[in-house]
Write a protein that binds this ligand. Structure first.
Ligand code: PLP
Length: 233
């Protein structure tokens, strides 16, 4: 078995254990393999080990990789998620090349993604990125602007608002990891109670996926635990 296949098994076992401990089902947690900085061959290897959903942060790298993977795996059904910062002049290729975008933090970007989503493709699945670390992080909508943003994004025709995403400040302590994810879950539950039809909490990475699963993550975004450490970013 390849290293990537072994790592995928180990990550799966971690998710299973965290889900069981929380009284949740493994099937309710999707593993998104974050392949940024890794070559198309790594994606192909993960595909052969059963992985289907891949996350990318850098647009041009992602487009090149998608093309290389498509020619190595003709007809294979992979699902691509954009999880990097979005510049407004890059929305058109993002709208055309991905099934999911996790990092929408302002209305203007959402409007452009909706306008530019090609006809004939299903609605683009959207998570709103929330800043749950306050001053410590500059990315994400502030909790105070979240409700308005959710209402406006949910009304856009070619988007489907699925849920919330966050990247908390790195934290080694398990209880503190959970506290950050619990804040995101609190916003998620509040929006659902307000009538938003949300089913996705995108939270947890290699170093904190157990805490995220314990707090209700439905997508964990895992890179280095699958593909190894990154040499550059
Ligand atoms: C890189 C990245 C990940 C994966 O991080 P690892 O620590 O390698 O698991 C997850 N989410 C986002 C938004 C990322 O940029």
């Amino acid at each position: 078995m390849s290293t990537i296949a072994q790592n995928l098994q180990a990550v799966d076992a971690t998710i299973v254990a965290a889900a069981n401990a929380a009284g949740r089902s493994r099937a309710d947690v999707q593993l998104l393999a974050v392949s940024k900085t890794f070559p198309p061959e790594a994606v192909v290897e993960a595909f052969h080990a059963g992985q289907r959903a891949f996350g990318e942060n850098y647009l041009q790298e992602a487009i090149d990789k998608k093309a290389a993977v498509a020619s190595a795996l003709p007809g294979a059904a992979l699902e691509w998620h954009f999880i990097g910062p979005i510049q407004s002049n890059k929305t058109r290729p993002i709208a055309a090349n991905f099934e999911w975008v996790h990092t929408v933090e302002r209305l203007k970007i959402a409007q452009r993604l909706s306008e530019q989503r090609p006809d004939g493709l299903p609605p683009l699945n959207i998570c709103l990125q929330v800043n749950i670390s306050g001053e410590a992080s500059k990315s994400g909508a502030s909790p105070g602007e979240l409700d308005d943003l959710a209402r406006e994004v949910a009304a856009l025709p070619k988007l489907r608002l699925r849920g919330l995403m966050a990247i908390p400040e790195p934290e080694r302590d398990y209880a503190r990891q959970r506290a950050a994810f619990a804040r995101l879950r609190g916003h998620f539950e509040r929006l659902r109670a307000d009538g938003f039809d949300l089913d996705t909490l995108s939270m947890g990475m290699s170093a904190d996926m157990e805490a995220a699963v314990a707090e209700g993550a439905t997508i964990v975004r895992v890179g280095s635990a699958i593909f190894g450490s990154r040499n550059y970013e």
